[in-house]
Design a protein around this ligand. Structure first.
Ligand code: 4AD
Ligand code: MG
Length: 442
């Protein structure tokens, strides 16, 4: 009988029919002379294929190797209770062809690569590691999370824009800029699309973008990448409180959407067993209270002294604090001198800003956001204080000239969000091909 071409995800629905499936040999088990089991993988799922008798003569362990590409034909059967196979189904093969033979032997290591192997080796082999069950599950979950972010903003009526990656202005400080030659002029890879999003408000209303951001981070940590996916949003006519509310909505609604999809919920359960969505409202803590918290909990600097008001709280103490508290934190009102030039100062205390970092257990900061200075004179003063030449920022400054408004926004590091949601040790596992100090391959 004719076979219907299917993807493995549709195997259950095709039960009893003769089908044609193409994929990669994920696992191989030879049972005696005339029985073989091959788990086939096509990116949409896994299915166990059983070969018997004459088919095994050609389909032996030498001819057929792990990671070879094959096309199989046969009928999908439901397995009786107690027999294990992905989805409880197996494909009883009646004919098969080789599409691309893999070397097998020692080179057939894809799924044998131990998660405990040297991390640098794993990254060199990333193109093969990605075929593994864990890495591919992380990438599948990533795809669903990105869809859910978009669905959230779509639902709220935001417009998605695509700002440029090649720019001539810095956003988050000169020390992490990647500079390059742009037809004889100095240009940079963007650190954040925020300034461009701000210019969209009068044209498009609330906007968001999902774009790559670049940071020449010298620090070698488990949460810093040189290139990362940045989800940024900007809103007009809001208060600082609205901004926090919007952030809470984004995180909670995205999680609801992701978990409502059963296959995605299963992926998350596989990667992060027992994951619980956080309770609303999120805890709110000012920077000043965090300094007190560190003191009271004896979380000290390397030199044994305590953090003082006005000092940056680095990654390590931030993580210790967040892990101790064990739930999401909105850390607010950072001192102006440790934050970017564009942040609006609090009207009741000009030393601090209307700023927020969202901290998650296990990762620490996953979001940075703030209200923006909406007064032109104040912004011009802020450029001076930060030692920034205001000339290349004329287009940003003019936002305050042609109809200014209170506005604010935030940026969420997608890999950091995923590291938290999927319980990954490092953001590197959440990037397809991570870039960080010393690595730009594959
Ligand atoms: O806190 P950041 O630097 O804030 C901004 O860039 C703002 N202009 C965003 C905005 O308001 N539109 O970066 C925002 C987030 C961080 O909280 C973090 O999650 C992520 O981007 N991030 C990084 N992720 C991975 N590797 C890096 N080197 C990152 N730097 C920032
Ligand atoms: Mg930040």
């Amino acid at each position: 009988p004719k076979a219907q071409t299917i993807k493995i995800r549709d195997a259950v629905a095709s039960r009893g029919k003769r089908v044609k499936v193409s994929g990669w040999v994920h696992r191989l088990r030879v049972q005696g002379k005339d029985m073989m089991f091959a788990v086939l993988r096509d990116g949409s799922g896994y299915i166990q294929c059983v070969l018997t008798g004459q088919l095994c003569k050609t389909f032996d362990a030498i001819t057929l190797t792990l990671e070879s590409t094959i096309t199989v034909y046969g009928v999908i059967n439901q397995l009786p209770e107690g027999k294990t196979a992905p989805d409880g189904h197996e494909l009883v093969v009646d004919y098969w062809t080789m599409v691309g033979k893999a070397p097998g032997g020692d080179d057939a290591f894809t799924n044998k690569i131990s998660q405990d192997a040297d991390p640098s080796y794993l990254l060199d082999q990333r193109h093969l590691v990605l075929r593994g069950e864990t890495a591919s599950a992380v990438m599948k979950a990533r795809s669903q999370v990105i869809k859910a972010f978009r669905a959230h903003f779509e639902h709220k009526g935001y417009t998605e824009v695509t700002p440029p990656c090649m720019v001539q202005t810095q956003v988050e400080g000169g020390s992490t800029l990647f500079a390059f030659d742009y037809y004889g002029q100095q240009a940079y890879l963007t650190q954040s699309s925020q300034l461009y999003l701000e210019t969209c408000l009068p044209a498009l209303g609330d906007v968001f973008c999902l774009a790559e951001s670049y940071r020449a981070e010298k620090s070698h940590t488990r949460r810093h990448l040189s290139e990362y996916t940045h989800l940024e949003a900007e809103l007009a006519f809001i208060t600082f409180d609205d901004l926090l509310q919007g952030l809470e909505d984004l995180i909670c609604d995205t999680l609801d959407r992701v978990l409502a999809d059963e296959p995605t919920r299963q992926l998350i359960e596989q990667l992060n067993p027992g994951f619980q969505r956080p309770q609303r409202p999120f805890m709110r803590m000012t920077y000043a209270d965090a300094i007190t918290y560190l003191k009271e909990n004896e979380i000290k600097k390397e030199d044994g002294t305590y953090y003082q008001f006005g000092e940056d709280i680095p990654e390590a103490p931030e993580r210790v604090m967040t892990d101790k508290i064990g739930k999401p934190i909105f850390l607010t009102r950072f001192p102006a001198e440790i934050k970017a030039f564009y942040m609006q100062k609090c009207s009741d205390d000009r030393r601090v800003t209307e700023s927020v970092d969202v901290l998650m257990p296990g990762v620490g900061e996953i979001v940075g956001g703030s209200m923006r200075m909406d007064n032109m004179e104040e912004l011009i003063e802020a450029y001076k204080n930060a030692g920034i030449d205001s000339a290349p920022y004329y287009w940003y400054t003019e936002q305050r000239k042609y109809g200014t408004t209170p506005h604010g926004g935030f940026g969420l590091g997608v890999e950091r969000f995923l590291a938290w949601l999927l319980n990954r040790y490092t953001v590197r596992e959440c990037s397809l091909y991570p870039r960080f100090t010393g690595r730009c391959t594959p």
